[in-house]
Design a protein around this ligand. Structure first.
Ligand SMILES: Cc1ncc(COP(=O)(O)O)c(C=O)c1O
Length: 480
C-alpha cells in the first residue's frame, strides 16, 4: 500500500501541472486576450487570402514544451496568415463564416466549465440552454412546439439527421431502396449526396427537377415527375428543397413544393443552411411554406455570423428521429428519462458533445436580435450595390439573386472561360478580398457571397477597386 501511495505522489508532481495556478492563468489569458484583440482590430487592413501553405515542421507536436508567446507566433504565422482569412469581412467567397466575439465568450465558458450537454441528468442547465436555442428557432420558422431539434456541428450533420429521419419514417431499406425516389434540384449542396451515401441510400433513384431561369425548382415539373413515377410503380418518398442554394442563393418555391409533398405523401425537407435566417428580413415572404417542412436545416454559423461549429435541425416527427438515434445502454441507466426528446443524445448520433448552445445563447442574451436582422438586411443591399457597380464596370451578371449570393463574368470575346479563370487567379493573387468561382451551365463565373458580419460598404468598394485592377492586369495578359 505504502508503495502505491509513493508512486501516486511521484506522479502527482507532474500530473498536477495540468491544473494551471491563478497567476499563470492570468498570464495566459492576458497574452491571449492581447493577441486576439490586436487581431480583431487589425482585420480591416489585412489581406483576406494568402495563397500560402502551413509549414508542417513548425506545427509538429514534439515533447519539447513551448511558451504561450512561441505558440501564438506559430498560430499567427501558420494559421492566421495562410489561406482564407475567415474572420475577415473580405471573405466573400464560398459561404462566408462570421466569428462574432460574443460567441467566442460562449465557447470559452462552455469549455472551461465543460458542462455535459448530451443528457439532461448530467447538466440540466446546459441541456435547457440547448433546447431553448432550439425553441427559439422553432418560433422563427413557425414550427410547432412539438417539433424536436438538435444543435449540430454544422449543416452537413444537420442534413444527415433529417434525411435519416425521412428514411426511417418511410422505412426505406433492403429491396425498397432501388425503386424509392427522391426529388431535388441539381443545385442542392453536395452534403445531401454525402448524407444519402452514408445512410445507405446511394442506390435510390434521384430525380433532378427542372429549374426555372432563377435556378428554382419548377413545381409543375415536380408534380408531373412524381405522378409519372407513381404510375410506373415507383415509391416517391422525399422531396428536398433549398432556401438559398450555395451556388446562386436561389430559394425554391417552398409553399408550392409543400402542397405537392402533402398531397402526394412525401417527406418535405428544406435545406436552409445558408439562407434560412434571411427570414428575419424584408425577404420574409420568400420563405412562405418553410413552416410546412417535415424537416429543416439552418446554420447559425452562416446566417447568424457565429464562428464555425453550429448548425441546427428541426424535425416534426420525433418518432422517426428517435428510431435511429435513441439507445439505452446499461452504463447509462442512471441518466434514463421518460422525456426522450429532451436529451440531445437521443436525437443525434452524438453522445458527448461540445456545449454548443452557449455560442448562440450568449450572443442573443448580450445583443438581442436586432443587430442580426440589421446585418442580414445590410447584406442584401450590399449585394444589390455590388451588382449595379459591376454592371457599370462592364461585367455581365447572373439573374437578380434571391438572397446575397450572386455571380458575374467578363464578356470576353474569345475563350471567355479562360479569361475569367485568369481573372479569378489574379484576384486570388491580390487577396485583398477573397472571392470564389463556380460553373453555371459550363460557364466559368465568379461568385460574390456576402454574408460576413464584417463585410461593409467600404469592403465592397475595396473589392470593386481590386476587381478593376485585376481586370486591367488580365486584359494586358490577354493582350487586349
Ligand atoms: C445550402 C447548404 N447546405 C449545407 C451546407 C453544409 O453545411 P456545413 O458546411 O456547415 O456542413 C452548406 C455549406 O455551405 C450550404 O451552403
Amino acid at each position: 500500500m505504502q508503495n502505491i501511495i509513493e508512486q501516486i505522489k511521484k506522479l502527482e508532481a507532474t500530473s498536477e501541472t495540468l491544473e494551471i495556478p491563478l497567476s499563470q492563468r492570468e498570464y495566459l489569458q492576458g497574452k491571449t486576450n492581447a493577441f486576439t484583440n490586436e487581431y480583431i482590430d487589425a482585420l480591416p487592413a489585412l489581406k483576406s487570402f494568402l495563397d500560402k501553405k502551413a509549414n508542417e515542421s513548425i506545427i509538429k507536436i514534439t515533447d519539447k514544451q513551448k511558451s504561450i508567446e512561441e505558440v501564438l507566433k506559430i498560430f499567427k504565422d501558420e494559421v492566421l496568415d495562410t489561406g482564407i482569412r475567415a474572420a475577415s469581412g473580405g471573405h466573400i467567397g464560398y459561404i462566408p463564416g462570421g466569428g462574432i466575439f460574443a460567441s467566442a465568450i460562449g465557447d470559452y465558458l462552455a469549455a472551461v466549465s465543460n458542462e455535459y450537454a448530451g443528457v439532461s441528468y448530467a447538466s440540466p442547465g446546459a441541456v435547457a440552454i440547448e433546447n431553448e436555442a432550439i425553441n427559439w428557432l422553432k418560433k422563427i420558422f413557425s414550427f410547432p412546439e412539438t417539433a424536436i431539434g438538435n444543435l449540430t456541428s454544422g449543416g452537413s450533420i444537420a442534413n444527415l439527421i433529417a434525411l435519416t429521419a425521412a428514411r426511417d419514417k418511410f422505412q426505406i431499406k433492403n429491396n425498397k431502396i432501388p425503386f424509392s425516389v427522391i426529388y431535388m434540384s441539381e443545385q442542392v449542396h453536395h452534403c445531401i449526396h454525402k448524407s444519402l451515401r452514408i445512410i445507405g441510400l446511394e442506390d435510390v433513384q434521384i430525380r433532378y427537377v427542372k429549374l426555372d431561369e432563377h435556378y428554382r425548382i419548377n413545381p409543375e415539373q415536380l408534380k408531373e415527375q412524381i405522378l409519372a413515377d407513381k404510375a410506373n410503380g415507383l415509391n416517391p418518398f422525399l422531396v428536398i428543397a433549398s432556401a438559398g442554394t450555395t451556388d446562386v442563393g436561389a430559394i425554391d418555391p417552398l409553399d408550392d413544393i409543400a402542397a405537392i409533398a402533402a398531397k402526394e405523401n412525401l417527406w418535405f425537407h428544406v435545406d436552409a443552411a445558408y439562407g434560412g435566417f434571411f427570414i428575419l428580413t424584408s425577404k420574409k415572404n420568400w420563405f412562405k411554406g418553410i413552416e410546412k417542412a417535415d424537416s429543416l436545416v439552418v446554420d447559425p454559423h452562416k446566417g447568424m455570423f457565429l464562428p464555425y461549429g453550429l448548425g441546427a435541425v428541426l424535425i416534426k416527427d420525433a418518432k422517426a428521429v428517435l428510431h435511429s438515434n435513441h439507445y439505452a445502454a446499461n452504463y447509462m441507466q442512471d441518466a434514463l428519462s421518460d422525456d426522450l426528446v429532451n436529451d440531445p443524445a437521443n436525437v443525434s448520433p452524438e453522445l458527448t458533445k461540445h456545449f454548443r448552445g452557449m455560442r448562440i445563447w450568449l450572443p442573443l442574451q448580450l445583443h438581442g436580435i436586432e443587430p442580426f436582422k440589421a446585418c442580414l438586411e445590410e447584406k442584401l443591399l450590399l449585394t444589390k450595390y455590388a451588382r449595379k457597380r459591376l454592371i457599370d464596370m462592364g461585367f455581365q451578371v447572373g439573374p437578380e439573386p434571391d438572397l446575397s449570393v450572386s455571380y458575374f463574368w467578363h464578356p470576353f470575346v474569345g475563350d471567355a472561360n479562360a479569361f475569367n479563370r485568369k481573372l479569378m487567379q489574379n484576384i486570388h493573387e491580390d487577396g485583398t478580398v477573397f472571392l470564389s468561382s463556380t460553373l453555371i451551365k459550363d460557364q466559368f463565373v465568379i461568385r460574390i457571397a456576402i454574408l460576413s458580419f464584417r463585410t461593409k460598404l467600404a469592403t465592397i468598394d475595396s473589392m470593386l477597386s481590386m476587381i478593376q485592377a485585376c481586370l486591367e492586369k488580365t486584359k494586358k495578359e490577354f493582350a487586349l
